[in-house]
Each structure stands twice: as structure tokens, then as C-alpha cells.
Design a binder for this molecule. Structure first.
Ligand code: ATP
Ligand code: MG
Length: 418
């Protein structure tokens, strides 16, 4: 019987996993410097959590969710993104009672039923962050600068930061009307999804990927022309703070996000080296969502970056080349027992130690030492036990060091050479 991963899902194996750890560790370090704490959320939620926030007419909700009935006939959904689950938790645990800004980060798998292709999977991993309770654009600039710090620290180059504003509750109705006026005479040129969107949510027409819709919406009113004074000022101040922090960026008035909950700032970071799936990170403000989830009026801003698009951009991403600090090669039962004990004792002292568990020839043990890239080896047999002395061989320098069979001494020799 042969089993395979489901379409659009993948196993992540060593040594590539070392690159994932590298990205996760850098992100954790930088999150810490910016005051973000980890939050771990379930990978399933009640389906409504996503419908209410991401939006009924969004592609994610309409086409991409893994939704099913559990055994109690509840509709549950594997999370397609992190922010909706986060806001559910933020409100459920009254986290808004803590001093603002409250800052959180998360790492984990997301699920979207999309057509699998390069850099696009059905289970993919995001690292994301959310900052709550401050509506000053300094926070927007800070979070964008933090993304830049993380991606730079990982060593990525050729990134473009694009920002825009998509207005707020106050100015969106005017923009919606302007869009409807623009589309009204030519609705027959749009796909049936867009015709439905016209009434439900005309902004979504701007996000349609159907080529004839892309063509027919050319010349539609630009969102930036419809921003209210507050949204305009927010964007201007964000730009000036980004200038101050030297975060290179452009304003892209055509940037549309696939989620309904955004207000004011929206942004995307793309790479020149990924072809058509070029977005490596994206995010924005969501100043109404907490209230819509039953909490007090609280602004929020967040982003998520896609691991499967970041990992292939890392140069020299082989990773994990070093083998164990020490390999014991015992000859005979007594020596094997002694090595078995020493292995455990040295592991407890923080070394990576392996031993040959099976009784094999010295030659095959040496072959194994090379194959697993052991840094040091110790051959231990009857004589060594009798004299309480071993020779520790450094496999790189070929240096041979005589040592007593004694934890402290072995530990020191290896630590000095690490
Ligand atoms: P795209 O335009 O590529 O579909 P998106 O706008 O749907 O992206 P977001 O919801 O903003 O993506 O998610 C943030 C990031 O998560 C993206 O920038 C991308 O790096 C990553 N991402 C989203 N969907 C996928 C997927 N199916 N496979 C791999 N990564 C993904
Ligand atoms: Mg998408």
C-alpha cells in the first residue's frame, strides 16, 4: 500500500528544517526586541469567525476554506489566516484590559483550498504579528520597519515594500458609491462573481483575477482620491515616519487586499525573485474588527509572512551540516556498556553524543563516523577500559588527544574544540 501527502500539502524534512529554524529564531529574537509575545491559537475555529471578519464575498471565504461539520454537527473551519482567530482570542480573554499597545506574534500552519503551484500550497506556514490599541501611524511604521528588520536579518534582497490606504468606515461609503457608478454601465463585461459582488461588495471587484475583469476595471476611481481627511493624514504621517526610519517604500494605490476587515493602512512586501507568487508578507490595519467581535472599540494592525516563499529565497539554504560532537565506537560488550553510560552522561552536560548501538566491525564504525559527520570519535575496547584511558580523535584536524575515561575531562576537551 502506498500513501502520499494530500495535494498541496508537503512534508518538511531535514536538512531543510534547519533553514526553517533559522527563520523562526531570527523572527523570535526580533519580535522580542519590539516587545511582541507569542500567542498560540487553535488551528480550527467556528466557521463564523472567518466569515464575519474576512468577508462573505472574499475569495478566501467563497472558495478557499476547509470547512466541515464535526461530529457534533458544528460547522468548523481550518484557519485560512491568523488575524481572525487572534481577534476572537483577544476579545474572549479581555486582553484589551492590559496596557496598550498589546503586541503578539504567532507561527503556524494555515489552510486554503487553492490551486497548488510553485510557492502556493493548501497548507502553508505563516509567521505573523498583531499590535493592538494604538491608532497612531507610528505603530504602522514600526511594524513595517520590524518586517524589514526580520527580512534583512534573514538576508533577503530585492524586496519591494508597497503601502496604501483603503479608507475607513467614514470614507468607504463614498468610495463604494463611486465604484458602483463606474461599474454600473458595463456590468455585462464582468464575470458572474463580479456581478454578484457589485451589490454585495463592489470593492471586491478590484481583487478579481479574471483577465476580462482586470481589463474592464481599468480607469476605475482610485481609492486615494476618496480618503477622508483623517485617513489622508494617517497615510501622510505613516510615509514620513517610514522616511525617518529609512524604510524604502512606494505607494501603490492599486493594492487590494483579499480580506474585508482592513481599514486605512494596507501593505504588501514582494520579492523580485519569486515570479508570479511574489508576495512574501502582507498586512494592514483593522480598526473596527474588535468591536465587530463584541469587544470595545480598539484599533489593531498586523501582518503575516509566508514561510514557503521566504525559505527558497535564502541563499546557501542547505543548513544542518554538522554532525554530533562525539561518536563512541565501542568494541565488545563491556566497552559497549561503558560507552552507553558515558553517552547519556555527556548528553546531560549539553553535548550531542552518539554511539554505535550494534556490535559491528571497527571499519564499518569508521564509515559511519564519516557519514554522520561526527566531530570527534572515541574508540573504546578492553585495553582502554583496563587503563582507564582513551584517545579522542578530532575528525577535522585529525588531532589525537589522550584522555582519562572521565566525564569532566572529556567534556572540557570537546568544549575547547567546538
Ligand atoms: P496571494 O496574493 O499570493 O494569494 P494573499 O493576499 O492571499 O497572497 P495573505 O492572506 O495576505 O496572502 O497572506 C500573507 C502571506 O501568506 C502572503 O504574502 C504569502 O506569502 C503567504 N501565503 C498566502 N497564501 C499562500 C499559499 N496558498 N501558499 C503559500 N503561501 C501563502
Ligand atoms: Mg491568496
Amino acid at each position: 500500500m502506498k500513501y502520499k501527502t494530500l495535494k498541496g500539502l508537503q512534508d518538511i524534512l531535514p536538512p531543510e528544517i534547519a533553514v526553517w529554524h533559522h527563520v523562526e529564531n531570527i523572527s523570535r529574537d526580533i519580535f522580542k526586541n519590539y516587545g511582541y509575545q507569542e500567542i498560540r491559537l487553535p488551528i480550527m475555529e467556528a466557521t463564523d469567525v472567518f466569515i464575519r471578519s474576512i468577508g462573505e464575498t472574499s475569495d478566501i471565504v467563497e472558495k478557499e476554506m476547509y470547512t466541515f461539520q464535526d461530529k457534533g454537527s458544528r460547522s468548523v473551519t481550518l484557519r485560512p489566516e491568523g488575524t481572525a482567530s487572534f481577534v476572537r482570542a483577544y476579545v474572549e480573554h479581555h486582553l484589551y484590559n492590559n496596557p496598550a499597545p498589546q503586541k503578539f506574534y504567532y507561527m503556524g500552519p494555515m489552510f486554503r483550498y487553492e490551486r497548488p503551484q510553485a510557492f502556493r500550497y493548501r497548507q502553508f506556514y505563516q509567521i505573523g504579528a498583531e499590535a493592538m490599541g494604538i491608532d497612531d501611524p507610528k505603530l504602522d511604521a514600526e511594524i513595517i520597519s520590524m518586517i524589514s528588520a526580520i527580512l534583512k536579518s534573514i538576508g533577503l534582497e530585492g524586496l519591494n515594500f508597497e503601502i496604501t490606504s483603503i479608507g475607513c468606515k467614514k470614507c468607504r461609503p463614498d468610495y463604494r458609491t463611486a465604484l458602483k457608478n463606474f461599474f454600473s454601465g458595463k456590468l455585462d463585461r464582468f464575470c458572474s462573481d463580479c456581478q454578484r459582488r457589485y451589490d454585495a461588495n463592489p470593492l471586491r471587484i478590484l481583487d478579481c483575477k479574471v483577465p476580462s475583469c482586470i481589463e474592464s476595471r481599468k480607469g476605475s476611481p482610485p481609492v486615494l482620491d476618496y480618503l477622508c481627511g483623517e485617513c489622508k493624514e494617517h497615510l501622510d504621517r505613516l510615509r514620513s515616519y517610514l522616511g525617518l526610519l529609512k524604510v524604502q517604500h512606494t505607494v501603490n494605490p492599486n493594492l487590494v487586499r483579499g480580506l474585508d476587515y482592513y481599514t486605512k493602512t494596507a501593505f504588501e512586501v514582494s520579492s523580485e525573485n519569486l515570479g508570479s507568487q511574489s508576495a512574501v508578507a502582507a498586512g494592514g490595519r483593522y480598526d473596527s474588527m474588535v468591536e465587530e467581535f463584541g469587544g470595545p472599540p480598539t484599533s489593531g494592525i498586523g501582518f503575516a509572512m509566508g514561510m514557503e516563499r521566504i525559505i527558497p529565497l535564502i541563499k546557501n539554504s542547505a543548513g544542518g551540516t554538522d554532525g554530533p560532537d562525539l561518536l563512541f565506537c565501542p568494541m565488545g560488550d563491556k566497552a559497549s556498556e561503558k560507552a552507553f553510560l558515558l553517552t547519556e552522561q555527556l548528553r546531560a552536560k549539553g553535548l550531542w553524543v552518539e554511539m554505535n548501538l550494534e556490535d559491528t566491525s571497527l571499519r564499518s564504525q569508521m564509515r559511519k563516523a564519516n557519514r554522520i559527520r561526527a566531530q570527534h570519535i572515541i574508540v573504546i575496547g578492553e585495553d582502554e577500559l583496563k587503563n582507564n584511558k582513551v584517545v579522542l580523535k578530532n575528525m577535522t584536524s585529525k588531532e589525537e588527544i589522550a584522555a582519562a575515561i572521565e566525564i569532566k575531562e572529556l567534556l572540557k576537551i570537546i568544549s575547547d574544540r567546538k
